[in-house]
Design a protein around this ligand. Structure first.
Ligand code: IMP
Ligand code: MG
Length: 177
């Protein structure tokens, strides 16, 4: 059984607010020749990114990153991180898009890598934040919801590759992770 934590409507409302905040922040900073580079982290952030991107009002470029630290269940395995050929990111404004920031380890590794590209700025937009679990200094610049230390599924987020397709964010009943 799945208990709904954030309904489709609640998510949509918050994504619209985030899109407005992001658009306002970058409006005067980016241009057609220097677009905002949006970097969603696969697979979890794919659904959030698709909804967010369609409401951004600034010139942008889309580059997906792939990172996964959860191989099975809810226990973190070794972080795997693949960067596609990230050409000409130097001098651009970069926005990392995450589904959830938990310990912050994933975002921290990715941010270190992106810093090496020499960006004009580097910010983080996450739909969910679980600050109680943080073991790194990562703080999101744009955040949809702050949640307690619970394992959530849906809207792109998985438990052993399941439940990503749910349109809402929920918690498995009786799941004590
Ligand atoms: P971190 O490296 O601990 O911050 O974890 C980041 C990644 O772990 C996220 O991008 C998610 O893919 C995954 N993750 C963390 N917490 C959850 C959760 O509650 N449900 C599903 N995935 C999670
Ligand atoms: Mg993720």
């Amino acid at each position: 059984m799945i208990r709904v934590l954030l309904s489709e409507q609640e998510i949509a409302r918050q994504v619209a607010i985030l899109a407005r905040q992001v658009s306002e922040h970058y409006a005067s900073l980016v241009s057609i020749s220097y677009p905002l580079v949006v970097l969603p982290v696969l697979k979890g952030a794919s659904m959030f990114a698709a909804d967010l991107l369609r409401q951004l009002n600034v010139p942008l470029r889309l580059e997906y990153l792939r990172a996964s630290s959860y191989r099975n269940g809810t226990t973190a395995g070794a972080l795997r991180f693949d960067v596609p050929e990230l050409t000409s990111l130097d001098d651009h404004h970069l926005l990392l898009v995450e589904d959830i920031i938990d310990t912050g380890k994933t975002a921290s590794v990715i941010l270190d890598e992106l810093h090496r590209c020499g960006p004009r700025s580097l910010k983080v937009c996450t739909l969910l934040d679980k600050p109680s679990r943080r073991v790194t200094a990562v703080e999101p610049d744009f955040c949809g919801f702050t949640i307690a230390d619970r394992f959530v599924i849906g809207y792109g987020m998985d438990l052993a590759e399941r439940y990503r397709e749910l349109p809402y964010i929920g918690e498995l009943e009786g799941c004590t992770f």
